[in-house]
Design a protein around this ligand. Structure first.
Ligand SMILES: Nc1nc2c([nH]c(=O)n2[C@H]2C[C@H](O)[C@@H](COP(=O)(O)OP(=O)(O)OP(=O)(O)O)O2)c(=O)[nH]1
Ligand SMILES: [Mg+2]
Length: 132
């Protein structure tokens, strides 16, 4: 059986209604693709705590609260991921790619111009149908 991982993922939306994307480094799993920032939930950590920690570590944002958006399980064959996706509008600070990764604020309408991991398809569909 392939490795199973639980991932906290943040759809960060700023007051201009733009969404934060980060580019995964080439050497990582699903490397070279764009992602919504986030990372693995550690043992004894809640999804919210993991997301707050990851958004600080990866893009230097201070998150105050999050709200559940959707859950996706996807099998990449080499890895089985469970994405626990939350919306983040309540945050402060300026974005910086703390791991040297490219970061970008984009409109919902332009999301289809970026290449995402396969598991993200339902997220994009749901975002396109949101009135933001
Ligand atoms: N953050 C994020 N991960 C995604 C997305 N879509 C998707 O399939 N994934 C997958 C890719 C990876 O297998 C996994 C995220 O794991 P990761 O390796 O980046 O986790 P991490 O940030 O804790 O990194 P590390 O400490 O292990 O280096 O989830 C997405 O939109 N955002
Ligand atoms: Mg990560």
């Amino acid at each position: 059986m392939s490795k199973r991982i639980h991932v906290a993922v943040g759809i960060v939306i700023n007051p201009q209604k733009k969404i934060l994307l980060a580019k995964r480094h080439d050497h990582l799993h699903q490397g070279g693709k764009w992602e919504f920032p986030g990372g693995k939930v550690e043992t004894n950590e809640s999804v919210t705590d993991a997301l707050i920690r990851e958004l600080k570590e990866e893009v230097n944002l201070d998150v105050n609260s999050t709200s559940a958006f959707m859950d996706i399980s996807h099998d990449y064959l080499d890895k089985h991921v469970r994405l626990d996706i939350h919306l983040v509008t309540d945050f402060s600070g300026n974005v910086s790619g703390m791991e040297g990764q490219q970061v970008k604020w984009v409109t919902v309408q332009s999301l289809n111009e970026y290449e995402f991991p396969e598991a993200n398809k339902p997220i994009l569909e749901k975002l396109f149908n949101l009135d933001i």
